[in-house]
Design a protein around this ligand. Structure first.
Ligand code: VGL
Ligand code: ZN
Length: 206
């Protein structure tokens, strides 16, 4: 068992981000075993679930002429348009069936506001609306956050950087993450993680 001040933060291991899903991350399902293996080592275990209404502003289909993977300007700034994914209550929004989701202490849903996307588990894409996760982790006296899940270059990246900004020590476990890699976004994500003081690690010793 690790120190009780260590939390495992598992980002968006949902069907739509796995092969066959609406926004499949290459090899996305391979993170499941890695994550399951670590689940018992942590006292604090949080899963996030991308959870969008059908009218969500990040869906290309909700913009006239909008195409997946292009960038548009929304009220809060630039936003990548995605194929509709992780719609509330759908199979695509469910966790991967093999993920040990029953072991989680907290399941945090994000991206439920129609007009704001939320990559980060801490702040929505307007960069100021909090999700409440900071308070939860502080109440449980967490000081170090170990990040895993999908996708390395979007939701894991934003979550890790926000966690650092909030004063947590942050480790991204690369063997337990996979990337979308849109126009070099994995390389820039790794640079940003390093520059922000996030520790990149392969896997934890068991
Ligand atoms: C994600 C794009 C859109 C992610 C979520 O989990 O990385 N990426 N919604
Ligand atoms: Zn999403």
């Amino acid at each position: 068992m690790r120190s009780p001040s260590d939390a495992l933060l598992v980002i968006d291991v949902q069907n739509d981000f796995c092969p066959g899903g609406a926004l499949a991350v290459p090899d996305g399902e391979t993170v499941v075993n890695e994550i399951n293996r670590m689940m018992d080592q942590f006292e604090v275990k949080v899963l996030t679930q991308d959870w969008h209404p059908a009218s969500h502003a990040s869906f290309a289909s909700n913009h006239a002429g909008g195409k997946p993977f292009e960038t548009v300007e929304l009220a809060y700034g630039a936003q990548v348009l995605w194929p509709p994914h992780c719609m509330q209550g759908t199979k695509g929004a469910d966790f991967h069936r093999d993920l040990k989701n029953n072991a989680a202490d907290l399941i945090l849903r994000k991206g439920f506001r129609p007009d704001i996307d939320s990559y980060s588990a801490f702040f929505e894409n307007d960069r100021k609306t909090p999700t409440g996760l900071e308070g939860y982790l502080r109440s449980r006296q967490v000081d170090t956050v170990y990040c895993a899940g999908l996708a390395t270059d979007f939701c894991v990246l934003y979550s890790a950087i926000d966690a650092v900004a909030l004063g947590f020590k942050v480790v991204v476990l690369e063997a337990a993450c996979r990337a979308i890699d849109l126009n070099g976004s994995l390389a820039s994500a790794k640079t940003a993680l390093h520059e922000n003081g996030v520790v990149l690690k392969g896997r934890l010793q068991s």
